[in-house]
Design a protein. Structure first.
Length: 170
């Protein structure tokens, strides 16, 4: 009988309140939905960017322009959802390294899959995308220089960002 009370109280606390999305669960869902898309960890991208002896990847931000304006990875090109790979990668050799990111990985994995089908052979999704990158304290920029906030996409998905990193929704 004593065990039932804490369980009942715990169950009631969760009733009616939305469950915040879990970034690691989302990463698993992205991998399952896009099994042919290479996933690159944020640690591996950070090491790659820091290695001046290695050919640098083309960074594509697959978010809406309003999200990109709040913050992005340095040097990233904005490639809004629906952009055709031929347009986004015009002039980029088909074997050049390309890393795509969005908020959590769905939009960027979709782009990576389409780019692969269009003939680019070295395209990867940044696993966990900009939310993971920012949560780890990695550098972000905006039009003025270093940035400290990330567009949260919406209230639900933004819960995957540390609270101090969430830009206000407009």
């Amino acid at each position: 009988m004593r065990l039932l009370i804490p369980v009942a109280v715990f169950a009631l606390i969760g009733c009616g309140s939305p469950v915040p999305p879990d970034l690691s669960k989302t990463e698993q869902e992205v991998r399952a939905k896009y099994p042919d898309v290479k996933q690159l960890s944020t640690a591996d991208l950070a090491a790659w960017i820091a290695d001046s002896k290695r050919a640098q990847p083309v960074l594509l931000d697959a978010r809406e322009p309003g999200e990109w304006k709040v913050s992005r990875l340095a040097g990233a090109r904005n490639t809004p959802p629906g952009t055709k790979p031929d347009a986004a990668l015009a002039g980029v050799p088909k074997d050049a390294p390309v890393v795509v990111y969005c908020s959590v990985g769905y939009r960027s994995s979709d782009f990576a899959e389409r780019a692969k089908k269009a003939g680019w052979t070295n395209v990867a999704n940044l696993e966990g995308s900009i939310f993971q990158w920012a949560n780890e304290g990695r550098p972000l920029v905006d039009d003025k220089g270093p940035a400290t906030k990330v567009h949260p996409y919406d209230e639900k998905w933004g819960q995957m960002l540390k609270p101090e990193l969430r830009a206000p929704l407009k």
